[in-house]
Design a protein around this ligand. Structure first.
Ligand SMILES: [Fe+2]
Ligand SMILES: [Fe+2]
Length: 195
């Protein structure tokens, strides 16, 4: 839940979670639609979506959680060690999982029907696992952070998280990523896009 007085680091984390869940849900909708119509999915937009997931959350969001936010809470909440161990492990495997899914998508695109099922089932597992991860952060980590961290902790975290420039979380797309962002929004189904 978004609270009015939350530090900006928490607001950035929640906005990025929302952007990422919208992207993941749109990916599943593209798969469902392709199954319903018995037609190939739009590979170009799916590639763009997986590239986005690999590029922004894996390189900006997760490292800041694991490197900056989690250690501060861990230090004050040893009872949550197993939760943080599990979340850190997800972060550690995140890039490899995103790459694996991109490879399975490419295999489906280039080799066709024999590789469809492997991609679709991996994509569903990936999305479920990712949504579970973010929901654990929201239900356990953010409340613990609100209760345990001090103003000086928040200062460092706010600076670090505000430096994220994720276009799907409401920032203007920077030059390099503007075409990718436009392509996803123009062609993906709701909730992320207009297509
Ligand atoms: Fe995370
Ligand atoms: Fe997160």
């Amino acid at each position: 839940m978004l609270r009015y007085m939350d530090p900006s680091a928490i607001r950035v984390i929640q906005a990025e979670h929302q952007a990422l869940s919208a992207m993941l849900r749109s990916l599943l909708m593209l798969i469902d639609r392709s199954q319903r119509l018995r037609a190939p999915p739009p590979f170009d937009v799916m590639r763009a979506m997986l590239f986005y997931i690999d590029e922004f959350p894996e390189r900006l969001h997760h490292p800041k959680e694991s490197d900056l936010l989690f250690p501060k809470i861990r230090a004050r909440r040893p009872d949550l060690a197993s939760v943080f161990d599990a979340l850190d492990e997800d972060h550690r495997c995140g890039e490899a999982s995103a790459r694996d899914l991109q490879h399975r998508l490419l295999a489906y695109e280039l080799l066709g029907e024999p590789r469809r099922e492997a991609f679709e089932s991996a994509a569903k597992r990936y999305v479920e696992q990712y949504l579970r991860h973010m929901s654990l952060e929201e239900s356990t980590v953010l409340p613990a952070a609100r209760a345990a961290l001090l103003p000086e902790d928040w200062h460092d975290l706010n600076v670090a998280f505000e430096a994220n420039r994720d276009p799907l979380a409401g920032h203007d797309p920077s030059g390099e990523f503007a075409p990718l962002f436009r392509r996803i929004v123009d062609t993906a189904p709701a909730p992320v896009g207009l297509g």
